[in-house]
Every structure is written in C-alpha cells, then in structure tokens.
Design a protein around this ligand. Structure first.
Ligand code: ZN
Length: 133
C-alpha cells in the first residue's frame, strides 16, 4: 500500500527533527546562546542571530490553540478520511505546531490539553500528531 498524501520536505536543517520523530521523540531547535526554542528550525537564531543551534527534546505536551475539520480533499490521499482534523498546538515549551488532531470528538475545547502521538506513515517518515488528554 502506498502513502499518497503530502510528505514533509526533509533537508539537512530539519533532519534531526524527523530522525527523532521516527524514534517517537519530539525535538525543538534550541539556541544555546539565548535559550530560544523553535519549530520549524532556522539556520540562525531569530532572537540573537547565533549560528550554532542544537536540539532539545520537548515534553510532547501542549494546548489546543485552534482546529478545523477539512471537508474537502485537496489531495486524493485524504478522500477516504474526510472530514479530517487539522490543528494548531502550542507546545508547553512555547512553539506552535501545525498538525493533525487524531480525536474526532465533537467540538474540542480551545485550550484543551493535548499530547503528541507518532504516526509512522512510511518506512522513513513518522509524523507527530496530537490527541486530547
Ligand atoms: Zn539565540
């Protein structure tokens, strides 16, 4: 069975993020100089312009900032899953991620607690998604 949904563009900058996701860990890029944590990663720190950046593991906990149910399949791969849920999650560490909310509960409450879950969609790609806690 082939996976016919969009896959993330992986490059040398974000490779640590995807490698960790494949191991069930959620990483954020971190600036050792000023402590900024972010996703997606950037070549230099947007706060202090330091070039040496590393990675730290996130708790995987966050709050639901927004969500929508997609009722139209812009890619054929989503046709059989309509409606599917897209969400914005503010991680406990601060950064906001766009992802999928795997729960189909009616009207999830904004500000609800969520935690990351990992969906291995291909042999090489595991997507972080979120579920209500
Ligand atoms: Zn910095």
């Amino acid at each position: 069975m082939t996976y016919d949904k969009p896959l993330p563009n992986r490059d040398t900058l974000n490779q640590p993020f995807w490698a960790a996701a494949a191991q069930g860990r959620l990483l954020l890029q971190h600036c050792p100089a000023c402590g900024d944590r972010r996703f997606p990663p950037t070549p230099v720190c947007p706060q202090c312009l330091a070039g040496d950046q590393d990675w730290v593991e996130a708790s995987g906990q966050g709050t639901l900032e927004s969500w929508i149910d997609m009722h139209r399949a812009y890619w054929d791969g989503f046709k059989d899953e309509l409606p599917y849920r897209v969400c914005l999650v503010r991680l406990q560490e601060g950064p906001v991620m766009v992802s999928n909310l795997v729960d189909n509960a009616d009207n999830p409450r904004l500000g609800a607690s969520v935690r990351v879950v990992f969906d291995k969609v291909t042999d090489t790609v595991t997507l972080p998604k979120f579920t209500l806690t």
